[in-house]
Write a protein that binds this ligand. Structure first.
Ligand SMILES: Nc1ncnc2c1ncn2[C@@H]1O[C@H](COP(=O)(O)OP(=O)(O)OP(=O)(O)O)[C@@H](O)[C@H]1O
Length: 316
């Protein structure tokens, strides 16, 4: 039998936004927004108040219609083929999500489960065990049989996330899921989002909590005045190392010539290089030393998303 060479094809996007425009009367709120999120990726959307984040999220979920452009969820156009596109979607688009206050947490989730069972392509039956499981995951077991009208803001917020993940969505879209939550609640949402992404779910969430999302988002989209001014790939930023040297420009040239270095720049007194991992640090050091560069220090170059964001927003 002959052998077959396999080349891993990139996973198709779970969320794909193409040339999206949205205006309210004559006011442009979104202009030419493009983005894509693959299965397993967490995309954090951020930007100043009024930048258009909620409008974008509502348009992604099919709740708002674009003036121009398309949104695909799992390959289906959310505005032309809504019920099928949304069959794989879990979302919280209003904070806190709306529930029937006179019914308990369990009863509200049971109603969500019935709706999920009616989805055209999925039709999954969600049993009581799953409802108990998501309530426990969101640390709401104690509140399960209390009326939602008696829930605190943070508890309702967590119930919203419980409803969004109930049917094991392939796409999760959350508008400011951590607003109104205490520090442990914020951490809980982060852990849940990370674990869903690890199991293959594509996640978009909007947030103002830059330092927190920097720890687990893969990409950060910066939206200002309706335009996506930057997509920051945090994975590549984390692979950077900085070397404090006597000659940063010469050191950057030495590093740039190494086959495993993707990019090297001088930022006096440092030369900063994207090495692809810490296993390459000894080789980079050896190259610098044999190139006649004196090295005083080598350390990961921590990317400060907050500082980056501030500069980016001030420029635009
Ligand atoms: N239904 C609407 N009719 C008219 N204008 C609207 C409507 N909804 C939003 N806008 C306008 O669109 C712009 C973007 O609003 P949006 O709520 O999307 O911003 P945001 O980035 O989510 O803000 P925040 O961070 O404050 O939540 C604002 O100027 C807002 O006034």
């Amino acid at each position: 039998m002959g052998s077959v060479t396999k080349t891993a094809a990139p996973a198709p996007s779970a969320i794909e936004v193409r040339g999206l425009y949205k205006s309210y009367r004559d006011q442009a709120v979104l202009e030419d927004v493009n983005l894509s999120v693959r299965p397993g990726e967490v995309y954090a959307l951020t930007g100043p108040n009024g930048a258009g984040k909620t409008t974008l999220i509502r348009t992604l979920t099919g709740l708002a219609f674009p003036t121009k452009g398309q949104v695909f969820l799992m390959g289906r156009n959310v505005h032309d083929d809504g019920p099928r596109a949304r069959a794989n979607l879990g979302a919280v688009v209003e904070a806190p999500a709306r529930f029937y206050p006179q019914f308990t947490g369990t009863q509200n989730l049971t109603m969500h489960a019935r709706l999920a069972a009616m989805a055209p392509t999925k039709g999954r039956q969600i049993g009581r065990d799953r409802i108990r499981e998501v309530l426990a995951l969101l640390e709401l077991t104690r509140m399960a049989d209390r009326k939602v009208g008696e829930f605190s803001l943070g508890q309702r917020q967590r119930l919203g996330v419980a409803a969004a993940i109930l049917a094991d969505p392939k796409v999760l879209i959350l508008d400011e899921p951590t607003s109104g939550l205490d520090p442990l609640g914020i951490n809980l949402i982060h852990r849940i989002v990370t674990s869903l992404a690890t199991s293959g779910c594509a996640v978009i969430l909007s947030t103002h909590h830059l330092r927190e999302i920097a720890t687990y988002a893969h990409t950060v989209g910066i939206l200002t005045a309706g335009r996506m001014v930057d997509h920051v790939d945090l994975r590549s930023r984390k692979a950077a190392y900085r070397f404090r040297v006597d000659d940063p420009v010469g050191a950057a040239e030495v590093l740039e010539a190494l086959p495993f270095v993707r990019r090297a720049t001088a930022r006096p007194p440092f030369a900063v290089a994207h090495l692809g991992g810490e296993a390459r640090v000894p080789e980079a050091l050896a190259a610098l030393i044999s190139g006649g560069v004196r090295v005083y220090e080598a350390a990961p170059d921590h990317f400060d998303l907050y500082e980056y964001y501030r500069e980016r927003v001030e420029q635009s």
